[in-house]
Design a protein around this ligand. Structure first.
Ligand code: HEM
Length: 394
């Protein structure tokens, strides 16, 4: 089959349950593959890692005229990116200190226990709706200072924004982009209003910290505050839900590892890292070269769309021994699950704590559980890939 339609096949919903054979095809077709729509696809570990660290690779949609509006720091290049990322990190405390995220550990454990209360033997539950979604949503709401009961409101905005940010070749996306823009501006206004209410009345959350910054040089503009808060609220829950759900799915499919983790709970942090390699929540990220760039003998022209298939890099046999095997004891597991380079995931410490708490609490209950549907129904999104539901019988 043609490798120039690989991206179309990878993003085709029928392949959502198992895109990994297509990633193998991609790596065999070459480190860099030109697609029928003129974009480029990169699927090998070392080339992806090099491009993630290459300052000639931009993330800014303004350079292609896609928008005139300043995007959140996920889509900004340095130095603009560095300034905003640093400001957004400030409320977490000084770098390398235990800080605010560690302080949330106890709260996260308690939330996990509360969510699991109704999980009794004989019951059928949906791991997504009953557990893996409410946990990170509640945590990011508390961290930001967003009322948890507003979830139905921001869920709709979040769905529209995430759909508009998906990778999709050869398709007219005007309608989806407009819906995404509108949701982004409504959600931004909602979060700026919440921050404004805390001005002069500080509380223990990020919106309050942003609104009450005393140093004018470190104060976010209203537009920056809106974009940053939208980014954190969405990134804070649309990914962790998939990590927890993929964890349960993987362990129920491979009961020998479920047993192994029950016997050796100390392996859990390494099992979470292995999940971020083996079934990562973020499958692809896009970059735009600011100059012609040579990658393994192919010249990628300036201004084209380059899709870096992180999930394929994670299964590259040139980097990982037996990459298609889930191995919680894997040594040297420098996966691309949180990206790499200047945009390396800002929320990684929080995501790790949440996934370890969630799986640690669930594992003792999964021994006699079984999957009701395998493969489960997947969410539409190809970039943020994960099950929409995961029904299990306890
Ligand atoms: C398992 C959960 C998570 C995964 C797999 C994940 C993955 C990623 C990846 C791959 C990137 C890099 C994007 C790129 O290079 O284009 C990223 C960036 C980012 N993530 Fe996460 N993330 C997770 C959880 C979180 C959480 C909980 C938060 C917020 C508290 C968060 C906030 C961010 C932000 C703000 C960025 C942009 C960083 C920058 O541009 O400097 N993420 N994440």
């Amino acid at each position: 089959m043609d490798s120039d339609t690989l991206l179309a096949r990878i993003t085709d919903y029928v392949n959502r349950p198992n895109p990994y054979p297509l990633y193998a095809e991609l790596r065999e077709a070459g480190p860099v593959v030109r697609q029928a729509d003129g974009s480029y696809l990169v699927g090998t570990y070392h080339e992806i890692a090099a491009l993630l660290h290459d300052p000639r690779m931009s993330v800014d949609p303004r350079i292609r005229g896609e928008t005139t509006h300043k995007p959140p720091f996920l889509r900004l290049d340095d130095p603009e990116h560095h300034r905003l990322r640093t400001l957004a990190m400030r409320p977490f405390g000084p770098p390398h200190s235990p800080g605010r995220v560690d302080a949330m550990r106890g709260e996260i454990d308690q939330l996990t226990e509360e969510l699991m209360e109704p999980f009794q033997a004989g019951r059928q539950i949906d791991i997504v709706d009953d557990f893996a979604y409410p946990l990170p949503v509640t945590v990011i709401c508390r961290l930001l200072g967003v009322p948890r009961e507003d979830e139905p409101l921001f869920r709709e905005w979040s769905d529209a924004i995430v759909a508009s940010a998906d990778v999709r070749p050869e398709e007219d996306s005007t309608e989806r982009d407009e819906a995404g823009d509108q949701a982004r501006s409504e959600m931004g206004r909602y979060l700026v209003d919440l921050a404004e209410k805390r001005r002069g009345k500080p509380s223990d959350d990020l919106l309050s910290a942003f609104a009450n910054e005393p140093d004018p040089d470190r104060r976010l503009t209203q537009e920056e505050l809106a974009e940053t808060a939208v980014l954190l609220l969405i990134a804070g829950h649309e990914t962790t839900v998939n990590l927890i759900t993929n964890g349960v799915l993987t362990l129920l499919r491979q009961p020998e590892h479920l047993d192994q983790l029950r016997r050796e709970p100390d392996l859990l942090p390494r099992a979470v890292e292995e999940l971020l390699r083996y079934e990562p929540p973020v499958h692809m990220r896009e970059r735009i070269p600011l100059a012609d760039i040579d990658v393994a003998g192919t010249t990628i022209p300036e201004g084209t769309s380059v899709v870096l298939a992180l999930a394929s890099g994670n299964r590259d046999p040139k980097r990982f021994h037996e990459p298609d095997r889930f191995d919680p004891t894997r040594p040297d597991n420098q996966h691309l699950g949180f990206g790499s380079g200047i945009h390396l995931c800002y929320g990684a410490p929080l995501a790790r704590i949440e996934a370890q708490a969630a799986l640690g609490a669930l594992i003792p209950h999964l021994g006699t559980a079984r999957l009701v549907q395998d493969p489960p129904p997947y969410r539409q999104n190809a970039m943020l890939r994960g099950p929409r539901h995961l029904p299990i019988q306890l």
